[in-house]
Design a protein around this ligand. Sequence first.
Ligand code: NAD
Length: 435
Amino acid sequence: MSQKPNNYSSAIYKEPGPVLDKESPFESMMERFRFASNILDLDEGMFQYLSNPVKTVIVSIPIIMDNGNIRVFEGYRVIHDNVLGPSKGGIRYTPNVTLDEVKALAAWMTWKCAVVNVPFGGAKGAIRCNPKELSLRELEQITRRYTAEMIEVIGPDRDIPAPDMNTNEQIMAWIMDTYSMHARRTENAVVTGKPVILGGSRGRKEATGRGVVTVTLETLNKLGIMANKCRVVIQGFGNVGSVTARLLYERGARIVGISDVTGGYYHPDGINIDNALMHVQQNGGTLAGFEGAEMITNEALLELDCDVLVPAALQDQINKHNARNIKAKAIVEGANGPITANADAILDEMGIMIIPDILANAGGVTVSYFEWVQDRHGYFWTEDRVNRRLNRMMRDAFQLLYQVKEKYDITLRQAAYVYAIQKVSDTLRLRGIYA
Ligand code: NAD
């Protein structure tokens, strides 16, 4: 059976909640979820099941601040789904976070884990706070109290947090320690993204960028372009962007454009990435003042002529306003939600191949899964073993989704959602609904 995407687009489902902007990453995700549900002819009950989180927990976190006053913060943990296994997802500390945002991000994790065949459901957590205004002691107190309040929610067999915006290895170490104190034993599998010395995995820091590179190489293969002949533009030079740049550079790719919050940097013959990395290391973590390339704006960077564009910075970067100016042959989404649903349709029309975020940046959650496996075995792998297994899982996921794409004659993004939703709903049908 081969049908055109438009045949699926007349949604039979009611919009859950208000009709939101298709330029927002969360509504974009819901739009894609609805589309895939229609392709699969998912029944209304299953659609409702997968639209709603299985558990939403809100806690108050009272803390004695450094000045002696009590302040109460709000914390969330949303488990979207745990059909495939314990749920998994980061915890973010941001001042404006909302419960709706956390719910959408939790659903996103369900689809991401399913796509790479990691046996986890999806979850997300957050504390509404501004870490920049908190001392280290206050941050630790907030983290420990949040963990204590969530003691019946999280756990190595239940729900496994990880770092996200403004949370890091140290915060994961505090969560692990607090949980372990309550459990009366060391339980390092309760969180991932820990320091290696506490049971973290080798290769975790580079995993997302490494996964981006694996799927980029698969994409180049499909496009018939040799890695050492391709021209790449990367937006963002942080964890994901810089690792992607370095590994592709090592394979002989010409990295013609890179950027960070200080602007874009362009060289038609290719930028020396070793020099760029050294510059960032020696200059306060940014590319400001880098002389190995011409400076351009971040807007112009996205529109450079190249084979592969890797947005690895922020959401909503390619939208209805600039999509028509994109000249890349393929876009690999290193960031979460860098292309809006409106832009998706335009890029598809232009014949640009998109490797969706839930596949492209799933290397991070894949190595988080490896970390959990290693913690539970108490046996730790070499970095080489981590990288080999990561590459294999990313390659397999790419090939699998490519088959789904061809079967239904849809985009790779639509294929990712179709595959994920099918996997979760098939599993749920077999397990049945407990009552
Ligand atoms: P990071 O903070 O290490 O790096 C972000 C980079 O983007 C920095 O170089 C920053 O200067 C740059 N940037 C910020 N604003 C910019 C702008 N307006 N234009 C161009 N560049 C800008 O973050 P990261 O961990 O590399 O994450 C990047 C993206 O990848 C995020 O969307 C994140 O959610 C996603 N992601 C990260 C991981 C991971 O394991 N780190 C996993 C999955 C998805």
